[in-house]
Design a protein around this ligand. Sequence first.
Ligand SMILES: [Zn+2]
Length: 301
Amino acid sequence: MKKLLIPICIIASLLPSSHTSDEDFVSVTNDYKSVVISTASPTAAATIKPSPTVKPTPTPTVKPSPTPTPSPSPTPEPTVTMYAPDGRTIDVVKSEEEAYKNVGWYPEPVTVMYAPDGRTRYTLNSEIEAYKNVGWYLEPVTLMYAADGRTRYTLNSEIEAYKNVGWYSEPVTLMYAPDGRTRYTLNSEIEAYKKVGWFTEPTVKMYAADGRTIYVGKSEVDAYKKVNWYTEPYTPPETSSSSSSGSHVSSNDDQSSKTVYITPSGKRYHYSKRCAGKNAIATTKSDALASGRDACKKCAY
Ligand SMILES: [Zn+2]
């Protein structure tokens, strides 16, 4: 018995075709099979020659093609891409860049920015943050006012949101209603609110001797007091005029209790309320005279 290491395929090809079962002749192990060849055919194994080693053909070395020497002829000028505010782009030769800049092209995409004073400018996108830091905005802005006097520039798209949290597009003034309500009123609307009974200061209820009442602004109280309005219901002191003797100077005083109209700051009294104007206060002629006022030449005679 001889042991040879021979690839199984080779063994198979060498075996007589009648021996189809390997069991008799070969015992198979791993990669290379340990073959037991029967002594009955000793010559079979002897003829096997190892196959000759194939020499690898050498890879032909590729010669690098020679680098062309740059010709001294003019190299094409480098181009730069320029951007228009409307989004167009154009490639221009470097030497024309300045000329394009002068007619509104930019070396980068640009975005329009807005200043609070209404100016606008195209800003290189790379500079937007820097411009924001010095008070430029990506949208038109409007100055808004808080009731406490603060102001801020607000993107127009955010105005409504700011209004909802107490900002105004105009300066506002706190106004007062006689019933105690208050409201912030746009300064442009103050006059309209005054006409319907609002005041720009807290109000005080004042009383006239004849029972009339009026609401006046706090700062007007003293002026009203001077023309006999009172901050409390007023009860005229008992007078003995009706029962008194004729010693009283009443003959030329027939009109002393006549209702006339004055204004806190006016120098005259009026018979016509309309003539006295919008701040007209009713008082008596004697009180008006006592406060140093003269008769209006137009309506008081
Ligand atoms: Zn008058």
